[in-house]
Structures are given as C-alpha cells and as structure tokens.
Design a protein around this ligand. Structure first.
Ligand SMILES: Cc1cc2nc3c(=O)[nH]c(=O)nc-3n(C[C@H](O)[C@H](O)[C@H](O)COP(=O)(O)O)c2cc1C
Length: 189
C-alpha cells in the first residue's frame, strides 16, 4: 500500500481543508496508508537559519519541536498532500514555517542539493481561497511547492478552489471535488 502524508494547515476544524481531508481519509480506507499532520495543532517553529543541519550532514534539525517527528514521515512517504487556506495571497504562516524547516534537507555538497533519502516522491497542493484570483494563487502555490524538491518531492500539482469561505462548501462543488479526486489518483499512481 502506498504511504500518503496529509499535511493540513487550516485552523478551522469545520472548514474546507478539514472537510476535504475527512472525505479523502474515508475514500482511501483500506486503499492507502494515510498519515495526517495537523499543523494548526502542532508546534512547528520558524527556521533558526543556524546551519547546524549543514554541519552534521543529516536532515535532522537541532530545534526539537513537532517538526522533529515529521522528518522521517516526510522522508519515507510515497506522496504528500497539502490542504490549506490562502492567507493574504500566500501560504499561511504555519505552512511557510514548515516549508522553511525543510531547509534541513538541503545539502550544498550534493549535486542535487538534497539529503533526502527518497527523491521520487509526489506532492499535491490543494488550497482554498475565500475569493481569488484563483489563477494568481495557483502560480503562488506552484512557486512554493517547487521548494519542497529539496526534501525529495520532485513532481507536484496544484489546485486552488475559490469562493470557499463557507465551511464545508467544497462538498457542493463538483468541479473542485473532481480536481481533488484526480489529484489523489495521480499522487497514488
Ligand atoms: C488571515 C486570513 C487571510 C486571508 N486571506 C485571503 C486572501 O488573501 N484571499 C482570499 O481569497 N481569501 C483569504 N482568506 C479566506 C480563506 O482563504 C478562506 O476562508 C478559506 O476557504 C479558508 O480555508 P479553510 O476553510 O480550510 O480554513 C483569508 C482568511 C484569513 C483567516
């Protein structure tokens, strides 16, 4: 069974990221090994930019918090799905903190700049926006997803569902649900 890591960066337990997460977890029961990480309930601090990870030549970070346990999960999954809101036209701060911490996988001495054990993992970014513009946000999400290559996620796809302020409204949007189903299918192929 493929291992899917779901990183949920919303603080709204009844919001659309959680609504979609619940649907996906239900759909994948018995079909994939799903591991969820709810950043909104975790302590993932900002990168100290201390470069200690560069001196010890491992993806481990000397800062011990909830990112510590995520490092092996990031490294061993087959695919990661990020579910998140757009905040002020960008990644929400808690997700940006997580992205910054993947700097611990960066190796300046490697030809591909990566200390990741696996470099064949897929990444999906499924974002919710209250309004839009959805095309501009999709570019923003893709730009950020690209940076996860250092942690071994070399292929990525993004989708942004607009007009998503109402909690649970994703369930009434066939086009956005289809995009989610296609993303899951691609992640686990
Ligand atoms: C701090 C904050 C900033 C936001 N900024 C934007 C924004 O720039 N553009 C937008 O379309 N929606 C924005 N929103 C609305 C959320 O993206 C929207 O409600 C989204 O559906 C929330 O997803 P969730 O239900 O999974 O938490 C913002 C919401 C918050 C709380």
């Amino acid at each position: 069974m493929k291992k899917l890591l779901i990183v949920n960066a919303s603080k709204r337990r009844k919001g659309n990221s959680y609504t979609l997460e619940n649907r996906i977890v239900e759909q994948l029961a018995g079909k994939a090994e799903v591991n969820t990480f709810h950043i909104g309930e975790k302590d993932v601090r900002v990168c100290l930019a201390c470069d200690a990870c560069k001196r010890q030549h491992t993806p481990n970070c000397i800062q011990k918090d909830d990112f510590t346990a995520l490092i092996p999960a990031l490294d061993s999954c087959d695919a990661m799905l990020i579910l998140a809101p757009v905040h002020w036209d960008q990644f929400p701060a808690q997700l940006k903190a997580l992205l910054d911490r993947t700097y611990s996988f960066m190796a300046f001495t490697q030809p591909d700049f990566s200390m990741a054990g696996r470099k064949d993992k897929k990444l999906g970014g499924y974002f919710f926006a209250g309004f839009g513009p959805v095309d501009v946000y999709t570019n923003m999400v893709e730009t950020n997803l690209k940076s996860f290559a250092t942690a071994g996620f070399r292929e990525y796809k993004a989708h942004v569902a607009g007009n998503a302020n109402v909690p649970g409204s994703i369930l009434e949007k066939p086009e956005d649900l289809k995009a989610a189903d296609e993303m899951i299918e691609w992640l686990l192929a």
